[in-house]
Design a binder for this molecule. Structure first.
Ligand SMILES: NC(=O)c1ccc[n+]([C@@H]2O[C@H](COP(=O)([O-])OP(=O)(O)OC[C@H]3O[C@@H](n4cnc5c(N)ncnc54)[C@H](O)[C@@H]3O)[C@@H](O)[C@H]2O)c1
Length: 343
């Protein structure tokens, strides 16, 4: 088995496995009770009810972002109470990024923190959401505004899950892979561009990058912010669309915007900006957004976690693998960059 280690508030491994059920059985053995949290469509598709036993309870959640809400969280806390989860028990999140974000947050808050394991099933979940210990839900004010830094005991990556993933969701995950390439590793961009895709290597390199950054700055005091490349506008678009776009689709538009902002502010050449468009388009990802939406997006970006006081802050790049902090960006620069991504 191959593993990548993360050094956060605790050390844990990301384990690449051939059969996640074997690992699940080990987890179930090491705790008196295990609560599995998974979206209803995956409970059905992967017959997760079969995991149920006297010590394992499988809880079927709404699909996607609709489960990442304060209202639904209340129901999950009640489910923890009903099941009698104690400090030595565990939660296992099986699903895409929305599910592991939610399962991790329930684990972080129930009894002030119990063990949890992430079994990501989507590409975005494998390469990004399940790695790094950011757990949380959405608020009516914006995306992921309620949450905690709370690492899992381990992350179990079984690439076989990807066989059932829709093309749309695979492509949405590629937005995070491409982001990893632009902020840290040109090899990822070459692999994403290649006619024959080596998906396993793309996953491995993207996880390696995230594990490295998170291990340096778990609580996002500085370097970890680079992972937010494309996310300031991306999160605002997600919210404005009422989560009808996939996270990766909104991030794709946000990546082109962040590259354009880097160009408008004199840091990045146009060829590298265009490379964003070419690569993201290869995966059918959106790269433009409605021109008239800017005022609403500005309001939403103001409540982003990266804002400070009245200034919007963005992560940009000055070249591939050279992230920069765009502090105190002017409204003229934002308008100019937005104009270039407007449809
Ligand atoms: N915590 C973090 O650091 C972090 C990082 C990136 C993204 N995220 C979060 O992750 C979420 C996006 O992740 P996502 O794109 O996986 O979203 P998602 O969890 O909503 O999954 C997208 C869809 O794919 C389905 N799906 C998942 N795996 C499948 C499989 N193997 N076969 C068939 N269908 C499958 C899901 O049920 C869902 O309908 C967002 O909520 C985002 O905020 C968190």
């Amino acid at each position: 088995m191959q593993t990548i280690s993360v050094h956060a508030e605790r050390e844990y491994d990301i384990r690449f496995v051939e059969n996640w059920q074997i690992v699940f059985a080990e987890i179930a053995k090491s705790h008196a009770k295990v609560l599995v949290i998974a979206p209803s469509e995956l409970v059905a598709a992967f017959k997760l009810e079969s995991l149920q036993s006297s010590k394992v309870k499988v809880l079927s959640t709404p699909i996607g972002e609709s489960a990442k809400s304060p209202e639904y969280l209340l129901q999950l806390w009640d489910a923890c109470g009903d099941f009698g989860l104690t400090r030595s028990d565990a939660i296992v999140g099986i699903g895409g990024g929305a599910t592991t974000d939610l399962a991790g947050f329930v684990a972080a808050t129930w009894l002030r923190g119990i063990s949890w394991y992430a079994i990501p099933t989507s590409l975005a979940g494998m390469v990004d959401a399940s790695i790094g210990g950011k757990t949380g839900i959405n608020s009516s004010f914006g995306k992921n505004l309620i949450g905690s830094f709370y690492s899992p005991n381990s992350v179990i990556v079984d690439r076989a899950f990807l066989k059932t993933l829709s093309t749309r969701d695979f492509n949405a995950g590629m937005a995070e892979v491409i982001k990893a390439g632009f902020i840290d590793n040109p090899k990822i961009l070459d692999l994403a561009d290649a006619a024959e895709k080596n998906v396993s290597e793309l996953i491995w390199l993207s996880i390696e990058m995230k594990a490295k950054i998170v291990s340096q700055d778990f609580r996002e005091s500085k370097i970890r912010e680079i992972l937010n490349y494309g996310h300031t506008l991306g999160h605002a678009i997600e919210k404005l669309e009422n989560y009808k776009l996939r996270h990766g689709e909104a991030v794709s538009i946000g990546l082109v915007f962040a590259a354009e902002l880097s160009n408008v502010s004199g840091h990045l050449n146009s060829a590298t900006v265009d490379k964003h468009r070419t690569l993201l388009s290869k995966f059918g990802l959106p790269i433009t957004y409605e021109k008239s939406a800017l005022p609403k997006l500005l309001d939403l970006m103001a409540s982003d976690k990266k804002s400070r006081g009245s200034y919007l802050r963005f992560i940009g790049i000055s070249d591939v693998a050279k992230p920069i902090w765009l502090e105190q960006v002017t409204s003229e620069q934002i308008a100019a960059a937005y104009e270039r991504i407007s449809s």
